[in-house]
Design a protein around this ligand. Sequence first.
Ligand code: HEC
Ligand code: HEC
Length: 279
Amino acid sequence: MKRLLVAALSVLSTAAIADDSLVSRGDYLVNTVMACGNCHTPMGPNGPVMDKALGGGLRFDTPFFDVTAANITQDEKTGIGTWSDEDIKNALIKGVRPNGIKLAPIMPTAFYQVLSERDLDAVVAYLRTVPAVENEVPTPFYKVAIEAHPIPGAEAPIPEEARAGDPVKEGFYLATIAHCMECHTGWVDGHPDPVNALGKGGMEFPGPWGVSVAANITPHPEKGIGAWSDAEIATAITTGVRPDGRHLFPPMGFPFYANMKPEDVAAIVAWLRTIPPVE
Ligand code: HEC
Ligand code: HEC
């Protein structure tokens, strides 16, 4: 009933038409570039369980916290159906829940501060359309307070005008909201170091596949991907196949990046070429 009404309204008002494009931009960001489902959708033996999309997913039991990616569907009891738009934005870019409790930094909040106002609106507009899934995730448990380590230059929103026509800037923006460097930054002295080890890799991900190790994706000719062609890098990002034919393991997000627009992938590759090569 409610949906019918919305459909009828969207024919009548231009505001609602503008809203539609906001929702489709949000759909693209959430399900492709930002890969929210890589954490927030439950994993079954055959991959993500899509009829429970965004209904709560991976558990991260670490020395710092034991948290589960929340149910971010519109369910009012177990999801975020009762949150205001402002509540959702605060969680996304400030990492704070409506009850004041801070989210563990595994939620890539530090990477979302860069979101333009329009893209932030788009993500929220799309989340409003996600069907409610009733699924209670375990209560988070925090052991040690830890800080997030944002990427230098990504501490504040970068609006559309500031990126237009500049693939390297667009690539920096997209790679940041895709949180590539949450996994691919090297650790120095017990914490990720995006200043000296951006793209160095080394983080380990145990799972049913064994242990995958985030690769060095800097332009270093031997240790990184400096010798790969643009097309080879794009293929690895979107299909998970390396130039030597090996298939990449999770949690590398290629099933999501598969639907990224070619010009967006090209922008990310253009930016990756500009980061300092590290061994
Ligand atoms: C790397 C994994 C990961 C990705 C990617 C991720 N999240 Fe999260 N998110 C989490 C975890 C884990 C929590 C819970 C943290 C805690 O309990 O302290 C969380 C919490 C949240 C919350 C708070 C919900 C609540 O009930 O407390 C919202 C809202 C949210 N995420 C939205 C998103 C959106 C939207 C995206 C994509 C744009 C996204 N997340 C991408 C891991 C992730
Ligand atoms: C959730 C963690 C995670 C995220 C997010 C992530 N990656 Fe990866 N990535 C990995 C892991 C782990 C590997 C290695 C997998 C393997 O060796 O099987 C990898 C491998 C790669 C490779 C192959 C390099 C090589 O030498 O084999 C490239 C290129 C790459 N990632 C680029 C990206 C880009 C660009 C993004 C963002 C758009 C990204 N990754 C986001 C975890 C991640």
